[in-house]
Design a protein around this ligand. Sequence first.
Ligand SMILES: [Zn+2]
Length: 469
Amino acid sequence: MPQSKFYITTPIYYANDKPHVGHAYTTVAADVLARYWREKLGKDNVFFLTGTDEHGQKIAEAAERSGQQPDQFVDSLMPAFQERFAALNVSNDIFMRTTKRGHIKFAQEFLAELKARGYIYKGEYEGIYCVGDEAYIAESDLVDGKCPHHPNLTPEKRQEENYFFKFTEFAPRIKELIESGELEVRPEARRNEVLARLGGDLHDLSISRPGLEWGVPVPWDDSHTMYVWVEALLNYASALEIESLPSLWPPDVQLMAKDILWFHAAIWPALLLANERTLPKTIFAHGFFTIDGQKMSKTLGNVIDPAELVEEYGSDATRYFLLSAVPFGNDGDLAASRFAEIYEADLANGLGNLLNRTVTMLNRAELKLATKPTSFTEVEQAIENLEFDKGLKLIWDVVREANKDLEVAEPWKLIKDTENREQLEQVLGRAFGQLEKIAAGLKVYLPETSAKIVHQLETGKAESLFPRQ
Ligand SMILES: [Zn+2]
């Protein structure tokens, strides 16, 4: 069926600290898709959600450390996300917050419906809980007694009375749906991990916690709050209720980092199946970045704040660094120490120089060409397939080719002799066409740059596209 609407989500980020480059990565990738589909389907048929997850113990504790009430604390952190995303030209249609009243109401109704359908029961839970993940972890996953993701935290042994969701009842159906491709989980390696886990030893999911104040009360028992993960996942549905856009359901693409894939590819669909809702179409987990070969960590002091990158290099250059770094879906390295070099080579010398000499030569030759609607089909295919780095590579192939063409044809020499006029016009016409194609390809990747290219081609006013650092 051809795409008639497009609903894209990033995770709602846990608002216990300011955002880093990993948050920016997911969000900018989602932005490329949102912009792309708006071009194809019109803006009313596209909805792009990002936001913050604002409940849970980890936030209550972080608030306490900072001497604030949890609600004040999340209010104080939220702008750090909004400002950074705005600085990166992220075009989200909603900034979702789980403290929104409409979300809380929706989450409670959803849970009550699960209970009414017989999928909730009360039981005893005993296990090892990692506050860093806000999740129980299997004893077999511990490394030296610590959570592999959070070696600085001590996992807690917990025994409590919880409400449980009959997750195991839905696991076989989810496995089938993933196997048949009806629920697409990508990339392949991650899909296989989810399938293996779905085929293994599974337990029902504890969906409430007693005595935690910072959360959404279980509607029939306010001594319990909803498990923060279940509540947070529901934001993807509550957002459309809040915005009165039910026709955009279900999500077409849901992006996230690989560490939270299980929640999105197994638990989330189980919750939806239980209440007979349509499932998302594609769940895509991207990899982790190392920074110059090292794990990103506060202790190493190599956590990159996207705001600093934008400050130093601008919004589009930052988008370029992030999306060109590794094939989307793979782990890889973000070569922060090479950003200046990449900026010079690819952006200032590569694309910037191409535009500059083309516009300058068109002026000198007093050649006025009209821009026309152009598309870059291979780049569009790459974007539809979530191969963001591939799309950029295809565009930069044209940049290189066009620069080489100018260097070989040497229009700056051709212009000296009127006998070469025809050849000169051909060379410049070709460069003009290649820049139009580049601008078309870049429109959703580097929106400011694309607009500047078109503007300079139209007006003939040469201005530096990427100022030298
Ligand atoms: Zn952990």
